[in-house]
Design a protein around this ligand. Sequence first.
Ligand code: NAP
Length: 306
Amino acid sequence: MTQRYEKVALIGLGLIASSMFWAMKRDAVAGTVSGYARSAETRETARRIGLCDEVCESAEEAVRDADLVVLAVPVGAMSAVAQAIAPHLKTGATVTDVGSVKATVIETVSPHIPEGVHFVPAHPMAGTEHSGPESGFATLFDNRWCLIVPTEGSDEPAVARLEGYWQALGANTERMEVGHHDLVCAVVSHVPHLIAYTMVGVADDLRRVSDQEVIKFSAAGFRDFTRIAASDPTMWRDVFLTNKEATIEILGRFTEELMALQRAIRTGDGEQLHAYFTHTRAIRRGILDAGQDTDAPDFGRVKVER
Ligand code: NAP
């Protein structure tokens, strides 16, 4: 039996929630799924495309009788949503979230969780630069990692059940301590996004390189920065505002490395540059070996014949 929860409520109907819905439907992981999004427009779109068995007019209504409630809104909105739904949660239910930062979410959501309701934070390490109810797809989590970050008081059976749920959605799960989670994510996701945003901003500032040239020749590495830099501004603003410490620590390390490479270039130290790039190439190999990306040329982009 793949069904893990009788009723699941999705609060927020963007990329992550909609992908969860399609994955739940693919493998009958939940009995019924209710959903709620802040704007009437998103709720309307959800109804039109059949996203959720029932789209509700309030979060309170969506969570009624739910066995699992998923907070899938930007990190900065989690606390207010938790506060609004708290009195309407069923005893014995589990509340989880999919936020990209965990310390802040735990700190701001935990106080609202009523006695008899379990809170088990989680973070699927999968995404795209697209957002909104129409951006989700059933295979988003397949063979990706979902990090489970139990709080001190998390109930073991509730944690194990949520792990089983994410596995049923196609993900591999691993438990992680909250501080370590935020540091790991600063390294593998948050700072790389900041660098991409910066690089695209720099290119835009360079008046000596015309906009047309930037667009025309962007296949030379820049294009992948622009893809990442197209990610949702609200989500990423909240990530940096809430994962401040780890981001600043990793940015400090990044700046040191950059300075070392800058010096190697200035002094013509080819040996250092070659050794550095050999090391980074090995890291890429490791990612491919772990099945977390494709080795296809041009990152597997499909060529469109015109
Ligand atoms: P998204 O596509 O932008 O969707 C966000 C959803 O949250 C929308 O339905 C939006 O409603 C709703 N929302 C926004 N502010 C709200 C508020 N104040 N109250 C109630 N609902 C609100 O976002 P997403 O990419 O699915 O991200 C959701 C969460 O997953 C975030 O916490 C993010 O950090 C995390 N996450 C994202 C990724 C990724 O790559 N995108 C990966 C892993 C985890 P409206 O449409 O009505 O505005």
